[in-house]
Design a protein around this ligand. Structure first.
Ligand code: ZN
Ligand code: ZN
Ligand code: ZN
Length: 370
């Protein structure tokens, strides 16, 4: 369930149907996923019993749901047709029946629908073409409405508060990476984010692996520690990275840190309506390359976030799609030196009418927690 007004879900469904008409999709089949949540407000769980939202290009949408779970969706009654199936029924046959009523032969399913379901749907509808529902949903979900922006701001604000308290209360030397993650989880919960979605703690040489698996390494004095974490607030994600140091850093590290900081600022300044996504990546990469670390910036500069932690638009070379007001993206350049350390500085940023707004506002300056 959600604090978002039901009228907004009706608007979203209408826009989905308009886009289906524009791209030539006759029926959308949306299983439990962020797409499902975007369209219904429900965080449905995936199981062997199929739940699916069926959206025809015209007319009423329909929720195919196992009867034992139909009570969970009582609030949708009246907005959608509820099609409850019993344990001995075949939900795939319900989808096939709807497809034949709708007519046309182009179906689209959400990207994360289980392949087991997709194969059964395809077998039941020979002659139909199956496409990705992202053609319809990714552009809509990429531009956040006011209600979504409010939740994303709040997710980041609470995450920032947890980080500030961490900095005030934590000394890194002697802690394990896991200990750091546990501490952050507790602080996130204390600040109203009970669900921490991910927490990468890469200390010393482990920081050179951007998606390091947090482990039992004991943090030594002077180690830089890449800490990348985020949580979920009413369905919406936060995502921040800071790289504090466990005591006085070596001069080479300080220089590289300043470079990442400047790259992060350059990318931030590039974020505005109309800028092609790849230009944001280029803005950060120019700074890092000029400093001689071009090969050590191993990943794209950012990704969209919202109901998932990584979604469209991707700020990557080759993506010429222009930024639009309401998009929310990460700005996270990094430098990774194998065997030594890593540095990443990440904020979530909203594209505004004439520029950009940082959703994370805690200090990005080099912080010593020793
Ligand atoms: Zn990442
Ligand atoms: Zn992150
Ligand atoms: Zn990120």
């Amino acid at each position: 369930m959600t604090s978002i007004d039901t009228a907004i879900f009706e608007q979203r469904l209408t826009r989905v149907q308009e886009r289906m008409a524009a791209v030539g999709i006759d029926l959308l089949v949306i299983g439990p996923s962020a797409d499902f949540r975007y369209l219904t407000g429900h965080a449905a769980h995936t199981s062997e019993r199929l739940t699916a939202l069926l959206i025809p290009q015209h007319g009423e949408s329909r929720l195919v749901v196992p009867r034992l779970e139909a009570p969970l969706y009582a609030d949708l009654d009246g907005r959608l047709a509820i099609d409850a199936w019993d344990e001995t029924d075949d939900p795939i046959a319900r989808i096939a029946a709807t497809a034949s009523v709708v007519g046309g032969a182009t179906l689209a399913v959400n990207d994360d629908l289980w392949s087991g379901f997709l194969l059964r749907i395809q077998a039941a509808l020979p002659g139909h073409v199956t496409r990705s529902a992202s053609v319809v949903l990714a552009p809509l979900r990429a531009v956040k409405d006011a209600a979504e922006l409010t939740l994303l701001r709040e997710a980041s604000r609470r995450t920032d508060a947890a980080w500030e308290e961490f900095c005030f209360t934590t000394r890194l030397p002697g802690m394990t990476e896991r200990g750091v993650a546990d501490r952050l989880r507790a602080l996130m919960a204390a600040h109203g984010i009970p669900e921490v979605a991910f927490c990468i703690v890469g200390s010393g040489p482990n920081g050179a692996s951007p998606h390091h698996l947090t482990g039992n390494r004991v943090i030594e004095r002077g180690d830089p520690v890449v800490i990348d974490f985020g949580g979920v607030y009413e369905g919406y994600y936060s995502d921040i990275t800071r790289t504090p140091v466990a005591g006085e850093p070596e001069p080479a590290f300080v220089g590289a840190y300043e470079t990442v900081l400047r790259a992060q600022q350059a990318a931030f300044e590039a974020i505005r309506p109309g800028t092609p996504c790849q230009e944001v990546d280029r803005a950060a990469r120019r700074v890092i390359t000029a400093a001689g670390f071009g090969d050590a910036f191993l990943h794209r500069v950012g990704h969209g976030l919202g109901l998932t932690e990584h979604e469209s638009p991707y700020l990557v070379e080759g993506n010429t799609e222009p930024l639009r007001p309401g998009m929310v993206v990460s700005d996270e350049p990094g430098i990774y030196l194998a065997g030594c350390w890593g540095i990443r500085i990440e904020d979530s940023v909203a594209v505004t009418a004439d520029g950009a707004e940082r959703l994370n506002t805690v200090s990005r300056d080099l912080t010593v927690l020793g």
